[in-house]
Design a protein. Structure first.
Length: 291
């Protein structure tokens, strides 16, 4: 089996889809059925997984924001990219092409992609408008090009099939699992990280995820504020996640809660620390509106 794996999703910060893609690559590399695993990275075919870099090292944030607001530029990019990919992949038509992040190039006879959800169609209010416009067109193109579609849940499979009248027999479900680094840990093992973060083992409620509207953090904060003050301070709400779009109001509330002693916002936590953060939490909360 020869596989061409798209690496566009593997970039800093390693959030949900990025982590999915990276873990999948590691497992594919261990499979005896895979004779040749190659990586498609920025119109280049490579034999080893490219190192991901911090976003700021690749593109200044101000310049990235300016580009995202230019609809004509984004549309030109959307139309041109698959054709450029087709040219770069012209000698690899016999490979199985897998995109873990919705997008498929033109002209790959055996191509599959992972659709994690279709929320840009069913819940567009949970995304920035420019993301909705781009993803809707790109996903429709991928549906036409795909030999098969992967979803990560039965719900997403049936929602996709019903919404697009897509053949259900062309959709495969691959439930997600966690890395082997996630397992119960004794208090002594977590002590160094707890001391550095200023929190207690078994003494906090944890949320992890990009800070954005669909995570429903306003409701979580409202609920936590209704707890008695002493209980909130005894078991503070610890939030770990990259600062996403439309999250200004939530960050203001994080700052106020921090001053009052019941919120601790950690920002983006290193991947080697995240399993310890989970293991040491008393409670995990995830009130996402669509996930």
């Amino acid at each position: 089996m020869k596989i061409m794996f798209a690496t566009d999703a593997i970039k800093y910060p390693l959030t949900g889809i990025c982590r999915y893609a990276l873990e999948l690559v590691h497992q594919l590399g261990r499979m005896p059925e895979v004779d040749d695993l190659r990586f498609f990275n920025r119109l280049q075919v490579e034999t080893s997984l490219p190192e991901y870099q911090r976003e700021s090292a690749l593109l200044p944030r101000a310049w990235s924001t300016w580009l995202q607001r230019r609809g004509a530029v984004i549309e030109m990019y959307r139309l041109a990219l698959p054709l450029c990919q087709w040219r770069a992949l012209r000698d690899y038509r016999d490979y199985i092409y897998h995109s873990p992040n919705y997008y498929l190039p033109v002209g790959m006879p055996r191509a599959l992609t992972t659709f994690h959800d279709i929320s840009v169609f069913t819940c567009p209010e949970y995304h920035p408008p420019q993301r909705v416009r781009y993803l809707r067109k790109a996903m429709l193109s991928s549906l036409r090009r795909a030999s098969r579609i992967i979803t990560v849940s039965e719900f997403s499979k049936h929602e996709l099939a019903a919404y697009f009248n897509y053949p259900v027999e062309k959709i495969d479900v691959t439930p997600l699992a966690c890395s082997k680094s996630f397992y119960p840990r004794a208090e002594e093992a977590a002590a160094p990280l707890m001391a550095r973060l200023g929190i207690d083992y078994g003494g906090y409620t944890l949320f992890t995820g990009t800070i954005e509207p669909r995570k429903n953090l306003a409701v979580l904060l409202n609920a936590y504020e209704q707890l008695p003050q002493a209980l909130r301070q005894r078991y503070p709400l610890v939030l770990s996640g990259y600062k996403g779009w439309g999250s200004g109001a939530e960050h203001q509330r994080f700052e106020r809660g921090s001053r009052e002693g019941w919120v601790k916002y950690l920002g983006y936590v290193a991947q080697e620390e995240l399993p310890i953060l989970f293991a040491a939490a008393r409670l995990f909360v995830f009130p996402s509106l669509y996930e």
